[in-house]
Design a protein around this ligand. Structure first.
Ligand code: LLP
Length: 421
């Protein structure tokens, strides 16, 4: 459920008509709904009621500071994967004790930043990383709570580029070696081994792989406790999928996911952390774009938009589907016609959808990509020297630009031409 609905024939974001925002900020732009973000966060937070828990928003899905502050003020924790994300979370007012530091290649500098600024826990992904974190902690005279991310060798049944829980993936340590690695971690100074971490992939539309992984983590927890480790926290990752194609998909609900957690690991008495990203931010955002040209090709017609693969890379990168709707509500029963919906970038990969049934739209009309709040703005680039597009947040009847569109000068002036040229 989201808050982008037609009202009086026009797509609204909460109580604001989308064309009003388009007129104020220009197109293209990302548009987020505060009510949807809040609602989705609460589904998880309330779903885990009864267990000590912290919902840590995966900032990689949407790291705008307004979004982070909104969620942080509700009590959310943050899952960060870089020094930059750590700094952003702190800048948005999230205290260190609610920040979990994940990621497969944390550098010494990043570790130092987090340890000096305060961190809830660091999720370790390899033995070399463990040794380095121990050195950094000792050099700073601190002890840092850690978990080890285990790779349970579970097939997440998702797109190969976003599956992370199989043994061939680069993430975590094989669960079969976990006891040995925990023994090593426990022997290192500066580390306090407090838990187990797992994350098997993203956009999972079936609960079975989660169930398999969480049962393995539960069994491992008992073994590790028997080995003498005080395992008191489980970080169960993120990954719950969203219905990109509403008409034919209904992934499990957050409540079902939370019930599964209670069923599989609830008896262990551990504090539970989860790291949802997409389910909180995905359907809380749309990408609004304008049709530049309607072009008739040979056997194919094209809608050429003013947004491109640099603004939303998911279709070209993962062949992913985003619903594309006209901002002016089509009349009931209107005839749809197939279009290739494309951007202006000079490569054929700059295609959002092929032969997509679209209502009649003309040059100048607004369209919106749904489910663009996660892995949209954060993955955008300035390819073709196209400025990063603005982000706008709506709450009720108010909206604000939360990242402005840079001018050409701002982009161009970042380059430095050496004196000797
Ligand atoms: N925790 C860890 C350790 C992760 O690696 C991820 C996502 C998450 C949590 C959040 O997963 P979510 O709940 O959002 O599924 N760019 C891709 C998705 C990459 C996900 C990477 N890791 C896309 O656009 O589909």
């Amino acid at each position: 459920m989201d808050h982008f609905l037609y009202r009086d024939g026009v797509l609204h974001a909460e109580d604001v008509p989308v064309p009003e925002i388009a007129a104020a900020v220009g197109t293209p732009f990302y548009l987020y709904s505060a009510a949807t973000l809040i609602r989705h966060y609460r589904l998880f937070d309330e779903g885990l009621d009864g267990l000590p828990h912290l919902v840590c928003f995966a900032m990689k899905s949407n790291s705008n500071q307004a979004v982070i502050k909104l969620l942080g003020d509700l009590g959310a924790g943050m899952d960060v994967v870089s020094g930059g994300e750590y700094a952003r979370a702190r800048a948005a007012g999230v205290p260190g004790e609610r920040i979990v530091f994940s990621g497969v290649g944390k550098t010494r500098e990043e570790m130092r930043l987090a340890l000096e600024g305060g961190v809830r826990q660091v999720n370790l992904e390899s033995e070399p990383e463990m040794a380095v974190l121990s050195e950094v902690a000792v050099s700073l005279g601190v002890t840092v709570p850690v978990t080890v991310r285990v790779n349970p060798d579970v097939d997440a049944k998702t797109h190969e580029k976003i599956a992370t829980g199989k043994s061939e993936n680069k993430f975590g340590i094989p669960i079969s070696r976990a006891r040995e690695v925990y023994a090593e971690a426990a022997a290192l100074p500066g580390l306090d081994v407090i838990g187990v971490d797992v994350h098997i992939g993203s956009q999972l539309t079936d609960l079975a792989p989660f169930e398999e992984a969480y049962k393995l983590v539960g069994a491992l927890t008992e073994q590790l406790r028997a080995d003498g480790h005080d395992i008191r926290r489980l970080d169960l990752g993120g990954g719950l999928g969203i219905p990109y194609e509403r008409s034919n998909s209904a992934p499990p609900l957050p409540t079902e996911f939370c019930d599964l957690i209670k069923r599989t690991v609830g008896h262990l008495g551990c504090e539970i952390e989860i790291e949802p990203g997409r389910l909180i931010s995905g359907n809380a955002g749309i990408l609004v774009s304008r049709v530049v040209y309607v072009k008739e090709g040979e056997g194919r017609n094209f809608l050429i938009l003013d947004s491109a693969m640099n603004d939303l890379i998911r279709p070209s990168m993962y062949s992913s589907f985003h619903e594309i709707v006209a901002v002016a509500e089509p009349a009931p029963g209107v005839e749809m016609a197939p279009f290739d919906v494309v951007g202006p970038v000079c490569e054929s990969g700059d295609t959002f959808a092929k032969e997509r049934p679209m209502p009649p739209v003309a040059a100048g009309d607004l369209v919106a990509f749904r489910s663009a709040g996660a892995y949209g703005a954060v993955m955008s680039s300035e390819y073709n020297t196209r400025p990063l597009i603005p982000e706008v947040l709506v709450q009720g009847d108010q909206f604000a630009v939360i990242r402005p569109r840079p001018t050409f000068d701002e982009i161009i002036n970042r380059d430095i031409i050496p004196e000797w040229l």
